[in-house]
Design a protein around this ligand. Structure first.
Ligand code: CP3
Length: 347
């Protein structure tokens, strides 16, 4: 088959249409493992990098300047949503994002108010990125899921168990649902703006999904994710849903009607495909820790992922979670080389 343009390759894989090889992008591909990212970060705050449209474009393009990836993911963070609602966070070294005010009380949740001007520079940045990509590569927009974002808002910082929001579900379910509705409506506005500015695909990150029991996920998180995916589908662009740990709940995730389900390394793609058949596409699922191993091991494990999915058009190669800052840049080159060489045999 003729070599395809990357944007078409990724979109086709999302919809299960014919592709010449497996498309590839990497969660957190524009991040601290790149020396050029660290150099920019020395001169600018994280917030400047997200909210200056020129810088946002520059940082988004860093991994594409180095590697033959099929997609760019806009440089931003899932925590812009609480900021658009009036909260503020700082990145604290060795801790992560910390909010200046966490949200435990009824009045503080009621006070959250959506400021639509907050996203303007992000939408400008998307337009700049689109120009650079020139329709050759896909542009992925994204949002966090309401649940995962709320975990950070209620806790105020990263946590090992997010038990305050888990307790809120039992203590005051009405207040919890009020918060979810506010978040869902804001996320939908944000996503519509991203689509109008030109993103080609949207991924929903539900990194904290599996802190919930399966029944609570179904009752307290899934309906909101479903509503968001319905909006994306109405715009006729592909949707990817990544629920970390969600491989064990595929029958629930399928109900969202996302075009693609992102899978972490806790289940094999073979197992996921057996269950999901050809009804949706699958994204993943190399264990990011493999990238700390030798290039020989990396090549072997990338082949294992391809083999585990087997033949078909509905696979997007990715890690099972974000790339970590301690990864060597050669490791990513090894992934790309292996995919370019091996994946056409599986089509
Ligand atoms: O994928 C990409 O390259 C696009 C950019 C992107 C970032 N964060 C940049 C970032 C995306 C898609 C995210 C999503 C995100 N942010 C998630 C969901 C995905 C996941 O990885 O679980 C979550 C939970 C967050 C919240 C967040 N932001 C945390 C926990 C942290 C600190 C921990 C860490 O990994 O450093 C951030 C900061 C952050 N977001 C950095 C980057 C590149 C590091 C910033 C820096 O110090 O330079």
């Amino acid at each position: 088959m003729k070599i395809m343009n990357s944007k078409i390759r990724l979109v086709n894989a999302c919809y299960g249409r014919e592709v010449d090889r497996t498309p590839i992008w990497i969660m957190r591909q524009a991040g601290r493992y790149l020396p050029e990212y660290r150099a920019i970060r020395k001169k600018h705050t994280f917030h400047e990098m997200m909210h200056n449209p020129e810088l946002m474009e520059k940082v988004t393009m860093l991994p594409l300047n180095r590697y033959e990836l099929d997609a760019a993911i806009m440089f931003s963070d899932i925590l812009v949503i609480p900021e658009a609602l009036g909260m503020n966070f700082k990145l604290v070294p060795n801790v992560g994002p910390v909010f200046n005010n966490s949200l435990k009380l009824n009045e503080t949740i009621k006070k959250l108010n959506y400021d639509d001007s907050y996203f303007f520079n992000i939408f400008k940045g998307i337009k700049n990125i689109k120009k650079s990509l020139n329709n050759q590569k896909a542009l992925i927009g994204f949002s966090g899921s309401p649940w995962t974002i709320a975990c950070y808002m209620i806790e105020g910082k990263p946590s090992k168990d997010y038990r305050n929001i888990r307790a809120l579900i039992y203590d005051d379910p009405d207040l919890y649902h009020q918060l979810m509705n506010k978040l869902t409506n804001t996320i939908i506005e944000y996503i519509k703006g991203q689509i109008e500015a030109g993103v080609d695909v949207i991924q929903i990150f539900d990194t904290n999904g599996s802190f919930l029991s399966k029944t609570n996920f179904e009752q307290f998180s899934l309906p909101y994710i479903k509503k968001i995916i319905k909006t994306i589908n109405e715009f006729k662009i592909p949707s990817i849903l990544f629920v970390k740990g969600g491989g064990h709940w595929l029958e629930l995730l399928e109900k969202t009607e996302a075009n693609v389900l992102g899978i972490d390394w806790s289940i094999s793609l073979k197992h996921a495909k057996k269950q999901i058949q050809d009804r949706v596409s699958l994204q993943g699922n190399l264990d990011p820790a493999v990238l700390l191993s030798s290039n020989q091991n990396i090549a072997k494990e990338v082949k294992n992922v391809l083999q585990s999915y087997g033949r078909g058009y509905r696979h997007i190669f990715n890690l099972g979670h974000g790339i970590t800052p301690d990864v060597n840049t050669d490791a990513v080159q090894t992934i790309i080389d292996t995919i370019l060489k091996e994946s056409p045999y599986y089509k």
